[in-house]
Design a protein around this ligand. Structure first.
Ligand code: MG
Length: 460
């Protein structure tokens, strides 16, 4: 074929897809810390694909999840609302377990449902953790707006073989015989004990296929990786390669996966019309120790805590030609993905309920600062801390695990733009700032009706 004709065909191909509403791809890592990527300062974990994605896109330095552990964080991402509003949180139980009876209530509007209403194909690949469908089929992703599903119902340490792990806290160990990872395609159990060394690879292949299969209509893909949640497994190609050890191997394989997804979008002529977001569901599980727990970098504590390390995570947005390469200090978070994606799709956010996310499109596409009121840090249904501008107050402080809560009658205050490690408590010298944030929190609280927790009941 003559070169000119090829070029014309390629241009037509790009134009034809560009006329469609933009595709949206959300890639979520599990328990990846703020300090675990090269572009966020990790000295030895090599993440060239994510580094390039960040260099070509917008990298957030103050990007947050709405909870410090998996289930409530994912519920907030999927609904654009603090998890206390959906009941997908619990101070006592923290996350859904394999025998949990509850799940995301049908009354919640998911991002998948909202995108589907705009004519999008919707796919969910990876870890769900918003309800176990073998306990109640209503909890399946296909019942919550997704057309396509491939993955695990929950974390990869939640279905151990009998008698394992042999001692408490041993789920940092990479003993494949201990763990069952029930892998589903839709409702069909295709592998009751999937080889976890192949999970990242299999998810990636499914993601590439979903993109290719749906390239002629707009699509929303939610790719929620199983790792680097423990136990950690990497494929032979990555195992033993990273200076950082097994944790680095696993993160480097995730980085490879991101590279494959971006390459597929480019190869299909979809890159300029697809927003890709990479983030994590909560901070690093430092409880797992040096070898298998990640790093929050300069932030305090990790998963499970409302200190910054538990809830501030990497946030990278990529859409070549639309998002100008930049680093932003605007405060944003996973709840913002809901209104942002719906805006791109040409829809409107639900008006019959309080929504907590902020549409980021003016920031992403025009570089305009976004207005945000108070950002709340919940642990279960308890509000522990709140941020307004540069300032953060703590009503209660508690490390993620093995720690008791300390209540502060006079809330503690940090300037986290000056002191991101939360080392210097300065409430005594700034009572007016504390009072201002407390007033903003009271305004937020007035909008909250705590839904009954879905995390309590178990199947008999
Ligand atoms: Mg997690």
């Amino acid at each position: 074929m003559p070169l000119l004709l090829l070029a014309l065909l390629a241009a037509f191909h790009t134009l034809a897809y560009a006329a469609q509403p933009p595709n949206v791809v959300i890639i979520l890592a599990d328990d990846l810390g703020y300090g675990d990527l090269g572009c966020y300062g990790h000295p030895t974990i090599k993440t060239p694909n994510l580094d390039q994605m960040a260099a070509e896109g917008m990298r957030f330095t103050q990007f947050y999840v709405a909870a410090e552990v998996c289930t409530p964080s994912r519920a907030a991402l999927m609904t654009g609302r603090y998890p206390i509003r959906s009941g997908m949180t619990s101070y006592q139980y923290r996350v859904l377990r394999a025998n949990s009876a509850g799940g995301l209530p049908a009354s919640e509007i998911t991002l998948a449902q909202a995108m589907k209403a705009q004519g999008y194909s919707t796919g969910m690949i990876g870890k769900w953790h918003l309800g176990v469908w073998t306990n109640n089929p209503e909890h399946h992703p296909l019942k919550h707006g997704f057309d396509f599903h491939f993955g695990l119902p929950h974390s990869n340490d939640m279905n151990p073989s009998p008698g394992n792990p042999p001692k408490a806290g041993a789920n940092a160990e990479q003993n494949a015989a201990w763990w069952n990872a029930p892998l589903y395609r839709g409702y069909e159990l295709i592998d009751p004990k999937a080889d976890q060394t192949q999970l990242t690879h299999r998810y990636t292949e499914e993601a590439q296929k979903f993109i290719t299969d749906n390239k002629r209509k707009p699509f929303f893909l939610y790719l929620a990786h199983t790792f680097p949640h423990t136990p950690l497994f990497a494929s032979d190609h990555f195992k033993g390669k990273s200076t950082r050890g097994i944790y680095g191997d696993v993160v480097e394989e995730l980085d490879w996966s991101v590279g494959q997804v971006l390459k597929t979008l480019k190869d299909q002529g979809l890159a300029e019309n697809t927003l890709v977001v990479f983030t994590s569901d909560n901070g690093p599980w430092t409880l797992m120790g040096t070898e298998t727990g990640g790093s929050a970098g300069l932030l305090r504590d990790g998963k499970g805590s409302t200190w910054e390390g538990g809830m501030r995570v990497p946030g990278i947005f990529w859409m070549p030609g639309k998002i100008r390469p930049s680093v932003t200090t605007n405060v944003a978070g996973t709840m913002d993905l809901f209104p942002t994606a719906i805006k791109l799709a040409g829809g409107t956010v639900p008006k019959d309920r309080p929504m907590d996310g902020v549409d980021l499109s003016s920031l992403l596409f025009n570089g305009e600062a976004i207005e945000r009121e108070v950002y709340c840090y919940y642990r279960g249904e308890k509000l522990y801390a709140a941020r307004l501008g540069a300032w953060k107050i703590h009503y209660v402080t508690q490390n993620g695990y093995n720690d008791k809560p300390v209540v502060h009658e006079q809330p503690w205050l940090y300037n986290i733009e000056v002191d991101p490690s939360e080392n210097h408590e300065i409430s005594a010298s700034h009572p007016e700032i504390v009072a201002r944030i407390v007033a903003a929190v009271e305004k937020h609280k007035a909008t909250v009706v705590a839904a009954p927790s879905q995390l309590i009941e178990v199947v008999k």
